[in-house]
Design a protein around this ligand. Structure first.
Ligand SMILES: *Cc1c(COP(=O)(O)O)cnc(C)c1O
Ligand SMILES: [Zn+2]
Length: 431
């Protein structure tokens, strides 16, 4: 296996410690076999086995040499692309599609990277896997480790992860360690303890996670008959997806499988936007921030993959934008009311589409694919609080307040007749 340090460019042949001696992150270097798009079309007919996965369908572009007996798959991917009038009207982007990664087996795109990295862990003989997580990585890792018979250790920032995700990690049987600190502290502890305690690290520091996440782009393009949109918008925290999308597009171009790459727009939460500052300020180095946002999945102040992500933005003539928690939660309410639904962090892409369209960065006729990274059910607490009007710093424009009535038909009839009856309005808004 060959890896390349994205900082010093050196070639590395083993994943000891998961970083280069210089501290830089590694990426997988492939020697691709000959490949044509017809192979991927043919595999759409598979109902079973690895090639029915929306990740392993593209095996030649992701992990050409792994034997199928090492592959641990649910299978994942095969997520839908939606058009919704309500979302188009809200953002002002008429030709907008939502790619719903919350439809993966454990409810987030993390499964796409996890199937590849866990398979690689199995191939390399690992017995204990570990990660730091804002929630979805731990949920995904716990499920795949359970399937593969590996011991799973997850480090999470105490009291900072959404309940749906904590429930999954516990239920799938991982050893859950709550760190008194932020995600960034948890990440540092994993790095420090991995070599000493022999953990196989499954954070996106692990370059195989990035390989699996490239399949979001492959699958989206295949669903569009290999016609790239003008833009891909993606919520950005640790920047693994931004990095993966850049690598996917670079490799597709190298192989001559697409001619023109879409522009990538990474969307951060205002209170956790070190990458935005780096890009906007044309800085040479990322400055860590203390993160603060309701979107816990992107509440990261020291993103691991910023060097790779910066290359992705530069190579695709992309942009970095940031949106407030109010913009995120209101965009989420619109996505939810369209019947599609997502977790808070996911809605950053849709909030970003609105902001970039209003600024004229996204043109009137341009085609946009917004990635929804996680499932609505991941974070029920923030969804309910929004609709009850209980989020102090958020202007909940689309709150759908429940109402209390006496248990008789007359009161209910009177309620539904009210012109401003909330339940009725919510149905109309989503149509
Ligand atoms: C992990 C995660 C993100 C952040 O993705 P990065 O690749 O770390 O930038 C965004 N949304 C959800 C739901 C996530 O689980
Ligand atoms: Zn290096």
């Amino acid at each position: 296996m060959k890896y390349r340090c994205v900082r010093c460019g050196r070639s590395v042949y083993a994943l000891n410690g998961f970083t280069c001696g210089c501290g830089g992150t590694l990426e997988v270097v492939h020697t691709f076999p000959e490949i044509s798009l017809e192979v991927f079309e043919h595999r759409l007919s598979h109902m079973d086995g690895p090639f029915s996965s929306g990740v392993w369908r593209y095996k030649e572009l992701i992990h050409p040499r792994i034997g199928t007996d090492s592959i641990v798959t649910r299978p994942e991917g095969n997520t839908n692309l939606y058009r919704r009038g309500g979302v188009s009207r809200y953002t002002g982007v008429e030709r907008l599609q939502l790619k719903h990664e919350g439809e993966n087996p454990t409810g987030s795109f993390k499964d796409r990277g996890m199937t590849v990295a866990v398979s690689e862990a199995v191939r390399s003989g690992a017995s204990v896997v570990a990660c730091a997580s804002t929630g979805n990585t731990s949920a995904s890792m716990a499920a795949y480790a359970a399937q593969a018979g590996l011991k799973a250790v997850v480090f999470i920032p105490e009291g900072e992860i959404a309940y749906g995700k904590l429930a999954q990690a516990l239920a799938y049987g991982a050893q859950v360690i709550q760190v008194r600190g932020s995600f960034d502290d948890a990440m540092r502890i994993v790095k420090e303890s991995s070599s000493e305690l022999g953990f196989y690290v499954l954070n996106s520091l692990n370059p195989w996670r990035i390989e699996g996440q490239k399949s979001i782009v492959f699958e989206m393009l295949q669903q569009r008959s290999w016609e790239p949109p003008d833009w891909i918008l993606v919520p950005a925290g640790n920047l693994g997806n931004t990095a993966a999308f850049g690598k996917a597009l670079r490799e597709l171009k190298q192989l001559g499988l697409i001619e023109k790459a879409p522009r990538i727009a990474s969307i951060q939460a205002e209170g956790a936007s070190p990458f935005y500052r780096l890009w906007r300020g044309k800085l040479n180095h990322l400055e860590t921030v203390k993160p603060e946002t309701v979107a816990s999945a992107i509440k990261i102040g020291n993103p691991v993959s910023w060097v790779k992500a910066l290359d992705a933005i530069r190579e695709t003539d992309g942009v970095v934008e940031r949106v407030s928690d109010t913009e995120i939660m209101n965009a989420k309410a619109i996505v939810d009311a369209s019947g599609v639904g997502c977790e808070p962090a996911s809605a950053a892409s849709v909030a970003g589409a609105k902001k970039l369209r209003e600024a004229g960065v996204i043109g009137l006729d341009e085609e946009v694919v917004c990635i929804l990274t996680g499932n609505l059910l991941k974070d029920p607490e923030n969804t309910v609080k929004y609709h009850l009007g209980e989020m102090a710093s958020i202007d909940a424009l689309y709150a759908n307040r429940p109402v209390k009535v006496e248990p008789d038909v007359d009161s209910i009839e009177r309620l539904l007749r009210q012109p401003n009856g909330q339940p009725v309005e919510a149905v109309v808004a989503g149509s």
